[in-house]
Design a protein around this ligand. Structure first.
Ligand code: ZN
Ligand code: ZN
Length: 355
């Protein structure tokens, strides 16, 4: 964590500083989770300021950066900048609101508060490649997620509602030790499954329904993300064809994915299979995204992403086919990229399960 601060400090031009206020980057740079606080970095000094609610715990947790009890944040920022001889202040342009920018500019006389995104991009690049401890947390989060899938398979039955299934899953994953949930779980069935990001309703599951569950746990601040589609009772030939096409597309992408591939080329592997099967236009989202402290991180496996995959990047691989007003299928695994391929964290079976 010390190295993360040093890497940023070394990139700061003379007489400049960086203000970090977003929760995700604060956690990435301190290892401490809080709903408030800010980090100030100059070439020579790093400091974390947080209010009374968190100072005791922060002082115990953070060893690589001094912690100060924050009472008047703007005054504290001003003092830091003056003491360090700062004339240019970088902020996180991705997350700083227009109103916050105006407040900072009004309050910090003699300092240029720049809207250059230099440090957004640097921290983004740093966060893309996960350290072994981060990979271990993601792996464990996915283990809880796989366990939750095994658990719920015995509890999915005609007559139970989407909302009941979602609540069972959430309760179980928290019981397993997940830090809350990685995101609001999606459980959609029948016609509702044609909406990739639908919300669970009181609709009961019925024979012939596909049930798509998109869910994940969290461990030590890192998230997991997985999707499985199962069926109630029996499926039509067309449903089976759609399921098999999605599975074939996913397996092809998982076999191909490795370091040095360009993201959009991996997306194309799965997309070509789906298009060739006659479902062009029915796979309306990217093949995957990076995951870590946040559920959607960069890069993404989308037709527009020119980024090159590096070892240590965690990606989801989640093709889907959605037939409007009828049904949908998505299958999602989470992997970490290696030199020669990937390690797939997701161990759950993915042949079509009829319940
Ligand atoms: Zn997902
Ligand atoms: Zn996902």
């Amino acid at each position: 964590m010390q190295n993360r601060l040093h890497a940023i400090q070394a990139a700061l031009p003379p007489h400049s500083a960086l203000l970090v206020e977003s929760a995700a980057n604060r956690f990435y740079l301190t290892g401490f989770r809080s709903s408030a606080g800010f980090i100030l970095l100059s070439r020579d000094k790093a400091a974390f300021y947080v209010d009374f609610r968190y100072t005791e715990k922060a002082k115990h947790t953070i060893r690589h950066c001094p912690v100060y009890r924050s009472e008047r944040p703007m005054q504290e920022i001003r003092t830091f900048l003056t003491e360090q001889g700062i004339t240019t202040l970088f902020v996180e342009t991705d997350s700083t609101s227009v109103a916050r920018m105006r407040t900072l500019r009004d309050a910090l006389d003699g300092v240029t508060v720049t809207d250059e995104d230099t440090f957004d991009r640097l921290i983004e690049q740093m966060r893309q490649v996960k350290a072994p401890a981060e990979i271990a947390a993601v792996r464990q989060a996915q283990r809880l997620t796989d366990d939750t899938f095994s658990y719920i398979l015995d509890r999915i039955a005609a007559g139970r509602t989407e909302r009941e299934i979602m609540l069972d899953m959430e309760y179980y994953i928290r019981r397993l030790g997940s830090d809350g949930v990685a995101f609001d779980f999606i459980v959609v069935s029948g016609k509702n499954s044609s909406v990739p990001h639908g919300t669970p309703t009181d609709k009961p599951l019925e024979t012939g329904d596909f049930v798509t569950m998109d869910f994940g746990g969290a461990v030590d601040g890192y998230r997991a993300d997985m999707t499985r589609t199962v069926a109630i009772g029996a499926v039509s030939e067309e449903q089976r064809r759609v399921y098999d096409t999605v599975l074939t597309a996913q397996k092809a992408a998982l076999t191909a994915i490795r370091a040095d591939l360009v993201c959009k080329d991996v997306d194309k592997i799965a997309r070509d299979i789906i298009n060739a099967a006659g479902y062009e236009g029915c796979f309306g989202h990217g093949l995957g995204h990076s995951v870590g402290i946040e559920i959607h991180e960069t890069p993404s496996l989308s037709p527009r992403c020119d980024a090159t995959l590096k070892p240590g990047v965690v990606m989801t691989v989640e093709p889907g086919i959605y037939l409007e007003g009828r049904f949908g299928v998505r299958i999602e695994d989470m992997v970490v990229i290696t030199e020669n391929g990937c390690e797939n964290f997701t161990k759950s079976r993915k042949d079509l399960i009829l319940l």
